[in-house]
Design a binder for this molecule. Sequence first.
Ligand code: NAG
Ligand code: NAG
Ligand code: NAG
Ligand code: NAG
Ligand code: CU
Length: 168
Amino acid sequence: MGSRVMGLIMGCLILVIILSKGGEAVTTYEVGGSLGWVVPPNTTYYKEWAADKTFVVGDSLSFNWTGTHDVAEASKTQYENCEKPSIKFSSSGVLELTKEGPLYFLCTIGDHCNSGQKLEINVSASNSTTPSTPSASPPPPPSASVSAHVYVNALFATTSMLFVYFMA
Ligand SMILES: *[C@@H]1O[C@H](CO)[C@@H](O)[C@H](O)[C@H]1NC(C)=O
Ligand SMILES: *[C@@H]1O[C@H](CO)[C@@H](O)[C@H](O)[C@H]1NC(C)=O
Ligand SMILES: *[C@@H]1O[C@H](CO)[C@@H](O)[C@H](O)[C@H]1NC(C)=O
Ligand SMILES: *[C@@H]1O[C@H](CO)[C@@H](O)[C@H](O)[C@H]1NC(C)=O
Ligand SMILES: [Cu+2]
């Protein structure tokens, strides 16, 4: 009896831990890395910067610059043709990614956009079951917790089944 209750409590605890891990896997990306948000050395710089990153809803982008720049969210067409959106932000800041889909940013100062100061990213849904974002500390995979749990005590079997059901 007692161990079954313990099993349930443990099960719930592990579930809570897994769920909160999924929720806390938010990352603030420093756009352009140590270079920041400036006119880059080549026109593919920000493409290359974004290429190895997976952006999910809840993550943030930090646009950080010194000197004369700004940042504006653009449409795909504006991004491709370096047309200047009317709404822009003139000081460095952090922007949270609140929805899925493609996002485009550019600098509206002078010819900066044509020189490569523009960024295109795809934002994915936040999934606790997907491999986590690069900078997050590696959490133990959910399946490991489940199987570890299974061999602790045969009495936990019911709880473990419940688990597999939740995880599926
Ligand atoms: C663009 O510049 C970055 C930083 O200097 C460099 O790492 C990258 O290889 C360059 N890309 C191309 C295509 O030259
Ligand atoms: C912006 O960039 C500067 C210089 O690279 C750095 O010292 C600073 O910490 C950055 N600010 C933020 C908010 O990341
Ligand atoms: C975003 O996704 C679209 C459609 O899947 C793809 O064509 C595009 O290359 C992606 N862009 C980036 C920056 O990953
Ligand atoms: C997130 O999970 C849903 C449902 O399981 C799936 O359809 C979707 O493709 C997943 N998204 C990513 C980015 O893995
Ligand atoms: Cu600029």
